[in-house]
Ligand binder design. Sequence first.
Ligand SMILES: Nc1ncnc2c1ncn2[C@@H]1O[C@H](COP(=O)(O)OP(=O)(O)OP(=O)(O)O)[C@@H](O)[C@H]1O
Length: 458
Amino acid sequence: MTQSILVVDDEERLADVLAAALEDLGYRATAVTSAQAALAELEQAHFDLVLTDLRLPVMGGRALLREARSRWPGKPVVVLTAFATVRDAVELVKEGAFDYIAKPFEMEDVAATIRRALRLAEVVRDNERLRSELEGRYSFDTLIGNSPPFRRVIEQVTEVCETRATVMLNGESGTGKELVAHAVHFNSPRRNRPFVAVNCAAIPEALLESELFGHVKGAFTGALSDRIGRFAAADGGTLFLDEIGDMPMAIQAKLLRAVQERSFEAIGANRSQTVDVRLIAATHKDMRQAVADGRFREDLFYRLNVFPIQLPALRERAEDIPLLAGHFLTELSDSIGKRVTGFSPAALAAMAGHDWPGNIRELHNCVERAVIVAKSPTIDMPDLPRDLFGAPRRNGRDALPRDLDAELERIERDFILEALRRSDGVQVKAARLLGIAERSLWHRIRKLGIKLGRTVAE
Ligand SMILES: Nc1ncnc2c1ncn2[C@@H]1O[C@H](COP(=O)(O)OP(=O)(O)OP(=O)(O)O)[C@@H](O)[C@H]1O
């Protein structure tokens, strides 16, 4: 991923030249001319490094350095100064600057310092990540999953949660978009302020505008008193706009202004109000397609798509299924008050091979039902919904088994065990259920080494 640098210099021309030179070196660079503008940028978006002049009007570079170090401790700050003395330099480094560069400077020196700073920040980050992994101290403990695609999600949540950047969550239904939105909020500096959710698809178009922005008494028939909207309710906190792809065109223009300026008017009000809200939008739709089809405003899409996070479907992170199922089992057996402690290998294999079109929500419901119907402490095939019995419908990268013979045997064994169970161990009935001759069933039972007594008793 391209690394991004915030350049702060009150001499606009110099800031632009520096930013352009950094872009030539392959970084993404944004130039601002004051410390206040720098802080606003840092709140809005993710930067890997700040390169600031020491002499800035109003709020100096030193104050910016202090503020940035206390709010974003992992972000290296490099200071440019025309008045460097050794004493100044030592002071700056004591206050947390990574290094200083004396003006006038050679671009080569700037590039080398930036490279070193970014490398060090990366090492520190890796180190912290390893340590927290070792200590099992993720503060994202509501987010279960250890597969590479899900780790990537956690990494992105870690990167973005402390900023004020707008997050766009995309993923199929039930993949955990709302849960991730919560995780971003509760790990952000806004955690003690409100988290307000609006489901744009669930509210009728006629009411949505009032729901979002509020109305004043008498604004329309039925508006019997003033009502604040969700934007105002989320002031200081986070507003979660779920199913943003379903936002009616008519309201998108007003939303665009609210997103751009954080200001809006309640329906019927003659004054606008400004709020400080962090936005998280979510959708299962292909937003680029919606833009191409003219169903979603392009300008609004780009305003919302500042930090996109793609949530993988459960079938793309099948290795997380046992972990998630185990987590739900513990949680549900506690809340239902029934001692169910594990899954049989066949049940786990069936779950791991299922496609889960409803993703984690479907898995959760499946485990809940299984805990309710289970007759023993171990959940087994009869406790699972019928559509999990079919041959695994794996797709994508998981399509090929590592050992075809073993996989076919496993499937064959599962079907035979299930048929025997449904026929109370009466082989002639089981064979009929499977559409094979009794003799063929008998051969297969021998070949697979199925122990009949145990099978039926299980
Ligand atoms: N990584 C996870 N760890 C534990 N539970 C999860 C995880 N992801 C999702 N869940 C659970 O799965 C269910 C569905 O998640 P959530 O409602 O966040 O999905 P969603 O993508 O917002 O769905 P929709 O688009 O249908 O609103 C919830 O019960 C949630 O707690």
